[in-house]
Design a protein. Structure first.
Length: 181
């Protein structure tokens, strides 16, 4: 209960203590991109990417996670992340295509599809945690325990208790929207 910071507490700490308060280690977008791509030279990292994509994590979420972690670690700035994000996304897409894994890109999904994939992702959270633990411990990653996601979940209609209504035409409001008198 009392572990939460009090208002203004951040103003009492020493400035430049956090990594994101300091200048980034890699200010150039090209260098930052090469740093990210160099991390995928490790086969265990590529295997982890394929494993997470096979569990239902979409490419956009994975790309954002990689870039946010680099910003939080002080590697590069948010601006550099925005510049290199499309290239990282396409690189991860190439890894997924090469490995032959079915994946979600995460760009044009409806809310219903998104909620369904979120449920499936939540159900497999334990398996994902084990893969991440293996990556951190640099052990051999065992993807043989993964089975195909339930097709039953994909074929079911999402449960909604609100009837779908057709959109009603909004009437213009304001001074200039008055009709003829």
């Amino acid at each position: 209960m009392f572990s939460a910071p009090i208002p203004g507490q951040s103003l009492t700490s020493e400035p430049k203590n956090s990594t994101w308060e300091n200048p980034p280690q890699i200010p150039d977008p090209e260098e930052a991109l090469l740093w990210h791509l160099g991390r995928f030279d490790n086969p265990k990292k590529v295997e982890a990417v394929v494993g997470l994509l096979s569990l239902g994590l979409d490419l956009v979420t994975m790309t954002e996670g990689l870039l946010r972690t680099a910003v939080a670690d002080g590697r590069h700035s948010v601006d550099v992340s925005l510049i290199i994000a499309p290239v990282i996304h396409e690189y991860l897409k190439g890894i997924a295509d090469t490995s032959g894994v079915d994946y979600e890109e995460g760009l044009d999904s409806d809310e219903e599809e998104m909620s369904l994939s979120t449920v499936q992702f939540g159900m497999r959270k334990k398996e994902i945690g084990q893969i991440l633990k293996d990556v951190k411990a640099e052990e051999k990653i065992d993807l043989s325990t993964l089975d195909e996601p339930n097709d039953d979940m994909e074929n079911k209609e999402p449960m909604t208790d609100v009837a779908k209504e057709e959109p009603q035409e909004e009437k213009p409001m304001g001074l200039m929207s008055r009709g003829n008198m």
